[in-house]
Write a protein that binds this ligand. Structure first.
Ligand code: PEP
Length: 242
């Protein structure tokens, strides 16, 4: 099996001491992955991980490059501190901060403009799945970005399918549900002439289910939240991705 991708989203957790310890352990293990700490720890992460197999990503970005936008962090700033990746359109951003597809498109455009690889998150809510709308919701979110930036640019994007009900719940989607959604997304990508794009799965990925999820042919990697905050858990998931 070829190397699959593992991206860790720390969300708004951690401290300077915790970040330094965890990053040091990741650097020592040197397993290919991407870690996305909160903004204040990005510079430390990039410095500590420089030259290792572990890359650094941010959890969000502002789409404008600079200006009077209090509290925001731009693509050029993320590049300046050593980021290579950025998560865009995480369901928590969509649900808690009102991010819609149009804003996600702007952010993906900004990330690409500044040489950052966007990890674009898509996923349905439980109620949408129960009403049989899961595929339509996910494909609409995916197509909004493909149509917004064009197939050629989309080739530089990573996509993470994250069913909202599986995030932080401790209950991952079943292998069948993940495979079915990934096959549907792959078909949509093929129709749009961007077949080479990697498709990750996210939602309660832990060391004990990572192996099975990563063994699915349709899954090119995983986006890990809670388990990325514990070195042993994250490293076991990274090992499973080999
Ligand atoms: C996430 O934050 O993207 C995520 C998948 O979280 P968790 O792994 O904790 O479900």
């Amino acid at each position: 099996m070829s190397q699959k991708l593992v991206v860790g989203n720390w969300k708004m957790f951690g401290s300077r001491a915790m970040a330094a310890e965890l990053l040091q352990l990741l650097r020592d293990a040197n397993l290919p992955s991407v870690v996305c700490p909160p903004y204040p720890y990005l510079l430390m992460a990039a410095d500590l991980l420089a030259g290792s197999a572990v890359k650094v990503g941010a959890q969000d970005l502002e789409y404008r490059d600079e200006g009077a936008y209090t509290g925001e962090v731009s693509g050029p700033m993320l590049r300046d501190v050593g980021c290579s990746h950025v998560i865009v359109g995480h369901s928590e951003r969509r649900a808690l901060y009102g991010e819609n597809d149009a804003l996600v498109v702007e952010k993906v455009r900004a990330a690409l403009r500044h040489g950052l690889t966007p990890v674009v998150c898509v996923g349905e809510h439980l109620e949408q799945r129960q009403r049989g709308l899961a595929k339509r919701v996910v494909l609409d979110q995916l197509n909004a970005v493909i149509n917004g930036i064009g197939a050629e640019s989309f080739a530089r994007v990573l996509v993470a399918y994250e069913p909202v009900w599986a995030i932080g719940s401790g209950v991952a989607a079943t292998l069948d549900d993940v495979a079915e959604m990934h096959v549907a997304m792959r078909a949509a990508l093929r129709d749009a002439n961007c077949d080479g794009v990697a498709l990750l799965y996210g939602g309660s990925v832990k060391p004990d289910n990572a192996g099975q999820l990563l063994s699915l042919h349709a899954v090119d990697g995983v986006l890990v939240g809670g388990a990325s905050l514990v070195a042993d858990s994250f490293l076991r998931i990274c090992s499973a991705a080999k």
